[in-house]
Ligand binder design. Structure first.
Ligand code: NAP
Ligand code: G3P
Length: 475
């Protein structure tokens, strides 16, 4: 794989910085490339130009915007293999999952363009409110200005695009702050946008460690909207320092799988295994706890163990199900949670095993509410099972979480599932399927410490645009 010194796109030019950050592969610590570590002065200059770029973008007809973005979809599709290969090296994503992330983004771009072309307005009649009104309001959605998009390491293509593309079709200019680990992949996506013909200054990238440049970006006067996906810890910090700027925050999760006595236990076991261990558990929407009715606990666990035993552990190039985590610190956090649970009498159904940042899947049975893993979010292949005696208990344990992203309910009684779903304090409930963000046209939201605002193609366009109303007299 080619090792490259990456640059940032600023006003249509690829620009380097004096200082750089080396990006190493989590597979073998090999050097993959470097990115600029921008200074505050460089950021100021970039964001001033993004503001000018946004004014130019506003004048581009929507149909032309659509053509450029569809061109980007075509270029991304053409480059999908090389970009997927980079994902495999940079974030250790398995071959199939890496290919899927890129091709899923091609579909996201095309669907977003179609939604953007149909975001029409409305006419409101004043005389529907006042009998002698002679006014009408012409209401449409327009751009907000410059959107700061900040994306996480686990989907550096799809979760970058899921912010940038709706923002662009809504008429905004975009400044992307990619994850440092994932920046090479994200910058390849930015290059696709540049090569698609999007005018200079409309898309800008700023790289640097979030801990060093994050606050400055969030508070920058040239930023009009912040669209962040990442940890709750960082999201809360952004909320505190952002002032009155509009925000869209997609944060952490602790999604439960609720397994009722009448569930199809084999189906539930398959879905829980995929949901908990997909991309080695490094998904916000991963199933991160099983709330299991004690009547069928042993039977379900037998099926789950059989499913987990089928998971392959290895490298992305072997297309292994479980690949190395993004860092050894992810393994250390999982081990801390494991040790705490074991010290409080949990039962490990599989040993805790790792080789550096490669961690084998772990199932913990007899997890109780006094254990940290019942509530904390590991970003690793470790799954706690809580055996509970009633659906009321399952609802309470679900709602007692500080998170509220998603939940899955497994039962053959659809009506009962709908009734339970209405009582769960989460953004989305899946019935008889694992928790997940896709399809990307569905609304995607977290409540409580899982976020604020709604993503999902049309919802993202609405979130990153505002109403403009023009009132005229009719006679
Ligand atoms: P993270 O550490 O919060 O980083 C996310 C992004 O924020 C990165 O681009 C990071 O840059 C940047 N950042 C860090 N500190 C910042 C600051 N003070 N101000 C502004 N930006 C800052 O999260 P991650 O490790 O990439 O992803 C894992 C976490 O994100 C998990 O908690 C997961 O649940 C959550 N997540 C949620 C969703 C969702 O849709 N709800 C999706 C994916 C992940 P650097 O890389 O330079 O630090
Ligand atoms: O953590 C990333 C989040 O967006 C999960 O996406 O499609 O794997 O559920 P997905």
């Amino acid at each position: 794989m080619e090792r490259k010194v990456y640059k940032n796109i600023i006003n249509g030019e690829w620009v380097s910085s004096e200082n750089t950050i080396e990006i190493l592969s989590p597979l073998d610590n090999s050097y993959l490339g470097s990115i600029p570590a921008m200074t505050k002065l460089e950021i100021d200059q970039a964001l001033d130009l993004a503001k000018i770029g946004g004014k130019k973008w506003k004048e581009v007809p929507l149909k032309e915007k659509a053509e450029m973005l569809n061109n980007a979809a075509k270029i991304l599709e053409q480059r999908s293999e090389e970009i997927a290969m980079l994902l495999m090296h940079e974030i250790a994503k398995g071959f199939n999952a890496a290919q899927d992330e890129v091709l899923r983004t091609v579909s996201l771009i095309r669907y977003t363009v179609e939604e953007g072309l149909r975001m029409q307005g409305e006419i409101i009649n004043g005389n529907a409110y006042e009998k002698n009104s002679n006014k009408i309001a012409m209401v449409q959605r327009v751009e907000i200005g410059t959107v700061l998009a900040i994306s996480p390491f686990n989907y550096p293509i799809n979760l970058t695009a899921s912010k940038i593309i709706p923002a662009l079709i809504a008429g905004n200019s975009v400044v992307l702050k990619p994850p440092t680990q994932g920046a090479l992949s994200a910058l390849e996506f930015v290059k696709v946008l540049v090569d698609s013909g999007i005018p200079a200054g409309v898309i800008t990238s700023v790289t640097g460690r979030g801990s060093e440049v994050g606050d400055y970006l969030i508070q920058h006067p040239q930023i009009d909207f912040i669209n962040f996906t990442g940890s709750t810890e960082v999201g809360e910090r952004i909320g505190n320092v952002s002032g009155v700027k509009p925000l869209l925050l997609e944060l952490g999760g602790k999604d439960p799988a609720i397994i009722l006595p009448d569930a199809d236990l084999k189906l539930a076991a398959k879905e829980v295994s995929k949901g908990a261990f997909g991309f080695s558990g490094q998904r916000c929407t991963a199933i991160k706890r099983v709330l299991l009715h004690e009547e069928i606990a042993d039977e379900f666990i037998g099926y789950l163990q059989a499913e987990v035993a089928l998971l392959t552990v290895g490298t992305p190039f072997e297309n292994a199900d479980i690949t190395p985590l993004i860092s050894v610190s992810s393994v250390e956090k999982a081990k801390r949670l494991f040790d705490d649970a074991m010290s409080k009498k949990a039962k490990a159904l599989t040993e805790f095993k790792n080789e550096d940042n490669l961690m084998w899947p772990v199932i913990l049975d007899f997890v109780t509410e006094d254990m940290d893993i019942a509530w904390e979010e590991p970003f690793a292949p470790i799954l706690p099972i809580l055996r509970l005696s009633s659906i009321e208990e399952m609802i309470r344990v679900t709602n007692d979480s500080e998170y509220g992203l998603q939940a899955a309910i497994f039962t053959k009684n659809q009506e009962h599932a709908m009734e339970i779903a209405s009582k769960l304090d989460v953004g989305t409930v899946h019935i008889n399927t694992r928790t997940q963000r896709g399809p990307d046209n569905f609304p995607f939201l977290g409540i409580k410490k899982s976020g604020t605002g709604v993503q999902g193609i049309r919802y993202s366009i609405e979130s990153m645009s505002r109403i403009q109303s023009i009132v005229i007299k009719t006679k």
